[in-house]
Ligand binder design. Structure first.
Ligand code: DON
Length: 306
């Protein structure tokens, strides 16, 4: 049976309307607090090149932690399994910016999707590239075939000015010998990386190689082998939505990565990538309407990995 994705997106758009006023926009990065919580966009990018959109699917938003997925993909592609000496693969069960585990786990972050882990990945990329943030930006441009993707300088500066917690995390890891570059340069690069703005459609297209066993569907260019792509999908499922990844798997049942800008990129392996954006967040920092939209999506399409 063919699925009418356009109709499904429109039905979801209707259904989530009452939720748009319930989420809280992130305020700890002041620039993000200026965005209206009323936005909602959703895009599906199928591996055969078809795409479907609803609402604000072509409006740029702050991708934030979704960039951690692309930074990890790039580091994994370049360094292979060596990265796991410096970052773990277990859910943290703690908020994404928590410091507590790092102390008793001797500066090795639980996974690459919490802030500590993403700082280590940025540090790894800085050994390989002149600038880690620019390498991630160029990688995301290449994957989405879109040159008009860029940093948002205001968001990057706003985050860097308020980066006390991330700086503390970086200093602790530096003390344990798990950060090789200067703390300030890693923080600045990480803040710029997180400030990359993209649309739902661009993100779904950029992420589609991970739904396609590591090969970009529209170009045939192999980024990762299928075993590595499987591993990144597994990490998205277990760690991609902060300390509520279990509940997300329960409700949605797809590998996904979220960001505090309100975006969530999810994959239906072998079929499609879907990205939703709505800036109002739930208490864990995931888009409140976005999680519900993805739950409706997997329910209506009967497409989940379970
Ligand atoms: O470091 C931060 O807090 C933000 N730049 C990104 C946070 C985010 O999206 C969720 N973190 N995993």
């Amino acid at each position: 049976m063919t699925i009418d994705y356009q109709q499904i997106l429109e039905d979801i758009h209707q259904e989530i309307q009452p939720l748009l006023s319930q989420g809280k926009v992130a305020t700890y990065i002041p620039e993000l607090s200026k965005v209206s919580p009323q936005h909602f966009g959703m895009a599906v990018y199928c591996l055969d090149g078809r795409s479907y959109m609803v609402g604000d699917a072509q409006q740029k938003f702050s991708t934030q932690s979704i960039t951690k997925l692309f930074a990890l993909s790039l580091a994994f592609e370049r360094e292979g399994n060596a990265i796991w000496k410096r970052v773990g693969r277990e859910p943290s069960g703690n908020p994404f910016n928590s410091l507590s585990q790092l102390e008793y786990e001797r500066g090795i972050p639980r996974n690459p999707f919490i802030n500590a882990g993403a700082l280590v990945i940025n540090d790894i990329l800085a050994q390989r590239f002149v600038q880690a943030d620019i390498a991630v930006l160029q990688f995301m441009r290449m994957l989405s075939n879109e040159v008009k993707i860029d940093f948002d300088r205001e968001v990057a500066i706003s985050e860097e000015k308020h980066a006390h917690r991330n700086s503390a995390i970086a200093h602790l890891m530096k003390d344990f010998g798990n950060l090789h570059n200067p703390v300030d340069s890693v923080i600045a690069s990480y803040c710029r990386q997180c400030s990359i703005t993209m649309t739902c459609l661009e993100l779904a297209k950029a992420g589609s190689f991970l739904a396609n066993h590591g090969t970009i569907p529209w170009s045939g260019n192999k980024i990762l082998d299928s075993s590595s792509a499987k591993r990144l999908n597994a990490l998205m499922l277990t760690c991609g939505t902060y300390d509520v990844a279990g509940d997300f798997a329960f409700r949605v049942g797809l590998p996904a990565k979220s960001g505090v800008g309100g975006g969530i990129l999810a994959l239906v392996p072998g079929e499609l990538a879907v990205c939703v954006w709505s800036p109002g967040l739930d208490p864990a920092g995931n888009s409140l309407a976005g999680v519900m939209a993805l739950e409706l999506f997997t329910t209506m399409t009967a497409r989940s990995i379970f």
